[in-house]
Ligand binder design. Structure first.
Ligand code: ADP
Ligand code: MG
Length: 750
């Protein structure tokens, strides 16, 4: 038996780099009862799985305390709380202040350097250098020492350990040399310590500014919900209006919204009507008409119409928008597999680097008999160049930009790993009904047994289907309604997914569904006329006797042909996977370009087909509408739910195509590939910076006159982080080609 496990989330402050996340993860995993812990640097959260049955608030608080004690203030997040994004804006302004101060203080050396080309050597007096460099270390540089110290106390290392070591060693050495403790005439290099801090502070500033931008788009979405609302007190028609904070709204309140304004909460229209722009939820910019009793969503905007009164059904964290933003945030924090590699690397990086630096020092000092200054310079340069900051930022920033970009165009990424899986997918299974086809059947023909009329067949069928969401069911009910047939709901009805529905109609056992299902139920097909058709067919029986069959037709979705062609061109094998009969499936497959078919597959077998394809080692995706194909969507490496509106977003699928546009399958693949390409480039860059930089810093190239002083190593290190984050942001510039229409796609919307 598996132990019941529970997941809880913590908000963790003060994490600045990959070694922080590694430290927090290690702290959490060391706690009793914790089976797994993953930390997301960018939004400052940790998700913890605990085994204990009695996992309650107390144990959550214990975990938070442990993390706090390790130097990262933490608290437990409640169930559906959206963690406030780390205050990157404040972080950026702090970093900016430190960088400016460090540079202002560095002026004595800057002036000295300006003089150099003119042969004027303007080195400030040694005591000035000592004082000013010391001021930089304890002023703008204090944060690096504080972080390093905090980590050291816990027996850990931190990215800033490297900066602190590099700057500290340079400074202490220069101090000793200046006081004559290292023999006469030992050179000093206070400027190394000063410029190191100045460059790193500059890099941090640029990096936090760029990171704030990667986060901005998602936060901006939530901010579309207005802060105040106009509430009606009294009757619906002539109640009085009062302005309240949205936080004070309650379910059942009535709020007034005028054209040009956004809804302050989710609700239903009670009075008036309007047209709304729901593009932020669906990516679809065509205004949606809202009449009485229609649902409206907080944050969407009224584009035209009059004064509309809405009854609040959900507010604050419960709105659809907050739900979607929360899902995307969580997706971003579910690390992609490629991310784990980077994390592991950077966790062992710091100790390795310190070892390397020691080795460098030893090699120069003892083996090569170099001066103390030279040995120290190389060791410090190694320490500084190797900071793996860029490595830690490479994946999350790209995934963050990619998934936000998707959301803006109606592609909801619910799982960070999904983008990577989709980018690498080789096979895509498509469910037929409701996915490749519109899922809105028309009844073409009703075939009846002798002595039964078509009205009776439809009456029994509709009675059974009332409670089903299956497209066939909806068509049968709609047809009965249109024909004015009086339908009494069936008693004891139960749906057998992918098969049909059984129940009691007019006190007799009845069944509707596929032929094989009716045979299983022991239905006598008796004198049934021969049916040879490639239309979807459902059979109806009552009291064990076949009553008749209904032939239905469905339209292939707009853009399906173009989509299938485009996918093939992208090197993906599309396949049709359906529970419908073979002739129907074959016809649809031909219509969309002759793809391979697996027909007459029951919902559970769909999962097995997908599993079998995965077992061949290929990355397999599944596109479905979530009706009857949930297990297959879950089984696939990446499940893509296609639908419209907000309901599908709550259900299965790692990726949801909110607009219900078929071409979005191709656009999702392009987005995934562009994102993964960016991740790989980022990792490549980060790796080159770190790995190629080390030998240069260690002085391997110095016989050829190439060497790297610690302060320039600091510059290179800072720039590598900045360039990685910038490269992720540049993913946005690819939006027009990612979301371009699929060639031949008649519903193209870019
Ligand atoms: P697909 O795989 O193409 O989406 P489903 O697995 O949903 O198709 O359904 C397969 C077949 O099962 C349908 O064509 C229909 O014959 C039968 N079926 C499923 N659900 C129902 C239902 N509620 N009523 C009648 N027939 C149903
Ligand atoms: Mg289906």
């Amino acid at each position: 038996m598996t132990q019941p496990s529970r997941e809880l989330r913590l908000q963790v402050d003060g994490m600045t780099c990959a070694s922080c996340t590694a430290a927090v993860e290690r702290t959490l995993r060391a706690q009793p009862g914790v089976s797994s812990a993953t930390v997301q640097l960018l939004d400052g959260t940790a998700r913890v799985r605990t085994e204990e049955r009695s996992a309650d608030e107390k144990s959550g608080a214990t975990l938070a305390d442990a993390v706090t004690a390790a130097g990262y203030p933490a608290r437990v997040l409640s169930e559906d709380e959206v963690p406030p994004p780390p205050d990157v804006d404040r972080e950026a302004s702090d970093a900016g202040r430190r960088a400016r101060l460090a540079w202002v203080l560095s002026t004595p050396w800057v002036i000295g350097m300006v003089g150099m080309p003119f042969g004027v050597h303007l080195a400030p007096p040694a005591w000035v250098q000592a004082v000013v460099a010391g001021a930089i270390l304890v002023g703008p540089g204090r944060t690096f020492f504080a972080q390093a110290w905090r980590a050291a106390r816990g027996g850990r290392t931190h990215m800033d350990t490297l900066v602190a070591l590099g700057a500290g060693v340079s400074y202490l050495y220069s101090l000793a040399a200046w006081r004559g403790l290292l023999g006469r005439e030992s050179p000093i290099f206070f400027e190394s310590a000063a410029f190191l801090i100045a460059f790193i502070a500059l890099g941090k500033w640029l990096e936090t500014r760029a990171r704030a931008r990667t986060q901005g788009a998602l936060v901006a979405l939530l901010e579309r919900i207005p802060r105040t609302a106009v509430r009606l007190v009294g009757s619906l028609r002539d109640g009085e209006e009062e302005t309240v904070e949205v936080d004070d709204l309650a379910t059942g309140d009535r709020v007034v919204v005028l054209p040009g304004e956004a809804f302050p909460a989710d609700g239903v229209v009670r009075l008036g009507g309007c047209a709304t722009d729901e593009s932020m939820l669906t990516g679809e910019s065509v205004p949606v008409r809202k009449e009485k009793w229609d649902d409206v969503y907080g944050g969407t905007v009224v584009v035209s119409g009059g004064r509309t009164v809405v009854e609040v059904t959900a507010h604050g964290n419960a709105t659809a928008l907050a739900g979607i933003v929360r899902q995307v945030r969580e997706a971003q924090s579910h690390a992609a597999p490629i991310q784990r590699v980077a994390d592991q690397l950077s966790a062992i990086f710091v100790p390795t680097v310190i070892a390397l630096a020691t080795l460098t020092f030893g090699a120069w000092w003892w083996a090569l008999d170099a001066s103390l200054v030279k040995s120290l310079t190389h060791a410090c340069a190694v320490i500084v160049i190797a900071c793996p900051c860029a490595l830690g930022l490479a994946t999350p920033t790209a995934i963050m930009v990619g998934s936000t970009l998707g959301l803006e165009r109606g592609i909801l990424v619910k799982n960070g790993g999904a983008l990577e899986a989709l980018a690498r997918a080789k096979v895509l299974y498509f469910d037929k009904t409701g996915t490749v086809t519109e899922g809105s059947f028309d009844v073409d023909e009703v075939v009846t047994a002798d002595g039964v009329d078509s009205e009776e067949v439809l009456r029994v069928a509709a009675a059974l289907e009332r409670g089903s969401r299956h497209p066939v069911a909806e068509a049968l009910v709609a047809r009965a309604e249109r024909d004015g047939i009086d339908v009494q709901p069936a008693a004891d009805s139960s749906e057998h997914p992918g098969l049909g529905v059984t129940g009691v109609v007019e006190r007799l056992a009845a069944v509707v569904g596929r032929e094989s299902f009716l045979r299983e139920q022991g239905v006598d097909f008796g004198s049934r006329p021969h049916l040879e058709s490639d239309a979807s067919t459902v059979h109806v029986a009552r009291d064990g006797q076949w009553l008749g069959a209904v032939l239905l037709s469905d339209q292939v979705r707009a853009g399906a042909v173009a989509t299938i062609r485009a996918l093939t061109e992208l090197g993906i094998k599309p396949r049709l996977l359906t529970g419908d009969r073979k002739p129907v499936a074959e016809r649809v497959a031909q219509q969309i370009g002759g793809i391979r078919v697996d027909a007459e597959v029951l919902p559970n077998e769909k999962r097995r087909v997908v599993a079998a394809a995965r077992a061949t080692g290929e990355i397999v995706g599944m596109v479905g509408d979530g009706i009857n194909d949930g297990p297959a969507l879950a089984e696939a490496d990446v499940g893509i739910a296609i639908g419209s509106g907000t309901e599908v977003a709550k259900e299965t699928g790692d990726l949801v195509l909110l607009r219900g546009s078929f071409g979005d399958v191709v656009r999702a693949v392009r987005l995934a590939r562009a994102t993964l390409r960016r991740v790989r480039q980022n990792l490549g860059w980060a790796f080159v910076y770190n790995v190629a930089g080390i030998p240069i810093a260690a002085g391997l190239l110095s016989p050829w006159g190439v060497s790297l002083r610690p302060e320039f190593a600091g510059l290179a290190m800072a720039l590598s982080s900045v360039s990685v984050v910038t490269s992720s942001l540049l993913l946005r510039t690819r939006a027009s080609s990612i979301f371009a229409p699929v060639v031949g796609d008649d519903e193209a919307t870019a």
